[in-house]
Ligand binder design. Structure first.
Ligand code: ADP
Length: 663
């Protein structure tokens, strides 16, 4: 099937031709046959790199009205925005932050790219524009199965379908075990395919050789099989990476932790990879770009490593550093990235060879196997279209676990996607939102709205009545809902909590903290007070508190007891509270003018962790201000602290883009 045979305006056919897209890939042709150009709902469960973006574009460009593209991460939203913006004559908008607005300015675009949280929050803030949508594309729809974000995605989609009843839905999924369930929910045709533009072979390494699923073997040289197990894994990974680069490819190596990613990069440094890849000059330039993006210790280590053609990538890095690494790798100015699994869920960084060194992760009490879906996402990064003759994914094991790895990940299928909506905290959030936005005005109304969710479609008799009843009682108790005639309505507090996009439990904690602070001696109410108040809510990320820091943090908490809204003896979970004191302390030093380097050094957190906590604190302080208004309490420390969190002269766009509760 040819692009010029599709119902697309000539300028789009020309645009795609320039992009090298003239003949449709088989899964794309199947999507056309399923009606993606005719406004029909389509679920495409197809591998990475099989051309999902084009399927999305077919839906968006043939729809009779504005389109919305929902994706899970800010970095991905940016990537898609740039791709769509290149389409001739198409006006594209992007929205990923600023959770208390209806984003009405988005109404004027042909296509809007947004994260699911942003769409959810825009709906809560009364976004009328969603009713006019003609096409909704959902990327990575398999994330329905994720505990934190899944419920938001399914409720948002159910609401969108209710609000924009005629809108076409195009859902893009990784290959999962039950795509037909997602298709049934969305009344969609299913396109399911294993087809890939570049062949992928997957294998397991053990004892100096890799056995692939196409029955080939690869001997790996330079391995000392008598190395202790931990070293043997690292050595084999390094050898597999060197081999890929020596043969003209790039490699991605996945390990379990940030530390391991940096250690592996260190190990590879001296391997002459930049020279082998012929990118010595380019790699030196990447090192400079890393330095230009801002200096911290870890940034400097990254720059030094990049100069050797090797980068590491993990959530502890500043987002700008991550972006430099991703772009440089895509442009083939780096030979290798040593990464934690988060890279596999993010932006598009294909490589000739993917090496998955660690297939287990720590759970706190032990280790568990990574989900098959996650490992397949990593492996799916192998094979760069138009560049590699084939892609290779290698799971590093040993004689003992070779068979287990083979059955589990090479032969094994990805898990099924299951709804997480029954989770009580998720239901509390969404019940409040449904009532506060006027979608539901009674328990029956909430149940009716939830009837459009994936959960309801998967459960023969969705038995949500009992738990929704309990959740409504809790919300009445929290003063967020109130009886209203025969039904229920949101209180001003409930409405504000929903609009500010914080969890009801956070709203409750903020109200209590604000009232306590207002009753304190004004001399005791400091930036630390405001920060402890927001850092102890469920919407702030935890900050790891090491055993060695604990005594000092305890001492700090004692000394500043009078400034806290939670007394030391009142905390329900003392350890968790002490961790939030650590977060608050770091942020308090930040507003007092400490530099990122000092904080990173002094508290052993990554620059990326600091960045995300500053963003969250800014969002939560803003929410606290709005909530203080509703409960009629004046607490100037909230606003003054929030203003000091964002350094003067920061681009306003950055502050708007910055809040993402799930990134
Ligand atoms: P994914 O399925 O991972 O989202 P993309 O949509 O990003 O994959 O496509 C991967 C690459 O394949 C892109 O570079 C894209 O331009 C290219 N591509 C997509 N469809 C075709 C096609 N029909 N012919 C040639 N190249 C294509």
């Amino acid at each position: 099937m040819r692009v010029d045979s599709l119902p697309l305006a000539p300028q789009f056919v020309d645009h795609f031709r320039e992009e090298g897209i003239e003949e449709l890939y088989p899964p794309q042709a199947a999507a056309v046959e399923a009606g993606v150009c005719e406004g029909d709902n389509v679920v495409a469960a197809i591998p990475t790199a099989s051309g999902k973006t084009f399927v999305a574009e077919l839906g968006l460009l043939t729809a009779d009205g504005p389109g919305l593209y929902i994706c899970p991460l800010r970095a991905l939203a940016r990537e898609k925005y740039e791709e769509f913006d290149a389409l001739p004559g198409v006006d594209v908008g992007i929205s990923t932050g600023d959770y208390d607005s209806a984003a009405s300015d988005l109404a004027d675009h042909d296509v809007v790219v947004a994260t699911s949280e942003k769409v959810d929050s825009a709906i809560r803030n009364g976004a009328d524009w969603v009713a006019d949508l003609a096409c909704v594309v959902v990327d990575e729809v398999h994330l329905l199965g994720e505990a934190e974000r899944g419920p938001t995605l399914e409720v948002t989609l159910a609401t969108l379908r209710r609000r924009a009843g005629d809108a076409q839905v195009v859902a893009l999924s990784a290959t999962v075990d039950n795509p037909e369930a997602v298709a049934a929910w969305l009344d969609a045709e299913l396109v399911e395919s294993e087809w890939r533009p570049v062949d992928l072979r997957t294998g397991v390494y053990a004892e100096a050789s890799v056995r692939f699923d196409d029955d080939t073997e690869l001997a790996v040289d330079g391995i000392d099989v008598d190395d202790p197990a931990s070293e043997a894994d690292a050595e084999a990974t390094a050898a597999l990476v060197r081999d890929a680069v020596a043969n003209g490819g790039q490699a991605l190596a996945f390990v379990r932790s940030r530390r391991e990613a940096e250690r592996l990069a260190d190990r590879l440094r001296q391997a002459g990879l930049a020279e082998a890849a012929g990118i010595g000059v380019e790699a030196a330039a990447v090192a400079e770009e890393v330095r230009d993006a801002g200096g911290t210790d870890v940034g400097e280590r990254l720059a030094e490593s990049a100069a050797w053609g090797v980068a590491f990538h993990h959530a502890g890095l500043r987002s700008e550093h991550r972006a430099v690494v991703e772009n440089a790798f895509r442009d083939r100015r780096l030979a290798v990235i040593c990464a934690t699994p988060t890279l596999a869920a993010g932006v598009n960084v294909p490589a000739r060879r993917v090496v998955v060194r660690d297939q287990q992760r720590y759970t706190g009490t032990g280790t568990e196997w990574l989900p098959v879906l996650e490992v397949h996402q990593m492996c799916g990064r192998a094979g760069r279209p138009h560049l590699d003759p084939y892609g290779e994914a290698v799971l590093v094991g040993d004689a003992d676990d070779r068979d287990e790895l083979w059955t589990r990940y090479v032969e094994g299928e990805s898990e099924a996607v299951e709804s997480q909506l029954r989770d009580r905290a998720a239901l509390r959030t969404h019940t409040l939102a449904l009532v506060a936005t006027g979608i539901a005005g009674s328990q029956a109304g909430v149940l009716d709205a939830l009837g459009g969710t994936f959960y309801a479609s998967r459960t023969p008799n969705p038995d949500l009545g009992g738990v929704v009843g309990d959740v409504i009682a809790e919300l009445i108790d929290m003063d967020m809902l109130e009886p209203d005639g025969d039904g229920i309505a949101a209180t001003p507090l409930g409405s504000q909590v929903s609009r500010q996009y914080v969890k009801p439990a956070t709203g409750r904690d903020l109200v209590a903290g604000i009232r306590t602070a207002a009753a304190m001696d004004p001399g005791d109410v400091t930036a630390l007070t405001a920060l402890e108040l927001v850092c102890s809510t469920p919407d702030m990320h935890d900050t790891y508190l090491g055993e060695r820091e604990r005594a000092a943090m305890y001492q700090f908490a004692r000394e500043h007891d009078a400034e806290f809204t939670t007394g030391m003896r009142e905390a329900d979970d003392f350890e968790a509270w002490l961790e939030s004191v650590k977060t608050a302390r770091i942020l308090a030093e930040w507003v007092e003018g400490a530099t990122a380097e000092e904080l990173v050094e002094g508290y052993r957190i990554g620059p990326g962790d600091l960045e995300s906590r500053i963003e969250r604190a800014e969002w939560l302080l803003g929410a606290a201000e709005a909530i203080a208004d509703v409960v009629d309490v004046e607490l100037p420390a909230l606003e003054s602290t929030r203003e000091r969190l964002v350094p003067e002269g920061a681009a306003p766009d950055e502050t708007v883009e910055s809040v993402d509760p799930n990134s």
